[in-house]
Design a protein around this ligand. Structure first.
Ligand code: GLN
Length: 235
């Protein structure tokens, strides 16, 4: 399983998800604490953030372990946004290790990451094509297709997860997505936590620190964050 994290609130740097917290994504890339499948997340990483200068988010993906990228710390310290998403990857057996298989996947304003695995034949019916043969890329394509047809972020995630889960009952489908103004995430087979701060909300596969505000989201649920509102609905 990979690990992912997102922020919505007052402008923060990507380092606030990656380097600054004691168990940020950098530490989670080599020593995750709650990971149920896989020991380390060394098959690449990616991040996305929004800047008023362009309508689409800025995205940076690499297929190398996060800790080997000497250029990342400075970039993460200056990349600031009110909406951030980042992920570290442990590739599922048989999946390619390449940038196009690495989250966040993107379409227009939407960014998406997947923790888990799914039988690709179960999702290929849900989308017309994907940028990589990776199972996560197919899930992302299915979500984006629904977004282009007018679905809201949470609606698109829920539809894809429920359909893929029906077709592959062994699938693990924790998706995390954002559009610059909201975050949506599914819990389907792995951990997810959220943490309300006075100036925003953090969502992460596992807590980034030991502060008391982290709340586990139950399995088979959809979490949505919009402004200061956090909603959890069963799937
Ligand atoms: N199945 C996806 C991949 O291969 C996600 C893997 C994961 O969550 N570890 O990238």
């Amino acid at each position: 399983m990979c690990r992912h994290a997102a922020w919505l609130g007052a402008a923060r740097t990507l380092a606030s998800l990656i380097h600054e917290p004691p168990y940020g994504l950098l530490v989670q890339s080599y020593a995750p604490r709650r990971q149920r499948h896989g020991l380390i997340n060394a098959d690449g990483y990616g991040m996305g953030w929004y800047d008023p200068a362009r309508p689409e988010p800025v995205r940076y993906r690499r297929s190398v372990p996060m800790w080997t990228d000497a250029n990342l710390p400075a970039l993460a310290e200056i990349a600031r946004s009110t909406c951030l998403l980042a992920a570290v990857r442990s590739a599922t057996v048989g999946m390619p290790v390449e940038e196009s298989a690495t989250a966040p996947f993107a379409d227009g304003a939407w960014l998406l990451s997947h923790n888990g695995r799914v039988d690709r034949d179960a999702v290929k019916d849900l989308a017309d094509g994907a940028e990589s043969t990776c199972d996560s890329a197919w899930l992302a394509a299915a979500v984006f297709q629904r977004g282009r047809a007018g679905a809201e972020l949470g609606e698109a995630l829920a539809d894809v997860v429920v359909r893929a889960g029906e077709k592959d009952p062994a699938a693990r489908l924790n998706l995390l997505a954002c559009d610059g103004a909201s975050i949506a995430a599914t819990v389907w087979g792995d951990t997810l936590f959220h943490h309300r701060h006075h100036d925003g909300v953090l969502v992460a596969s596992e807590p980034l620190d030991d502060s008391p505000g982290w709340r586990a989201v139950p399995d088979r649920a959809l979490l949505t964050v919009s402004g200061e509102d956090v909603t959890i609905q069963p799937l």
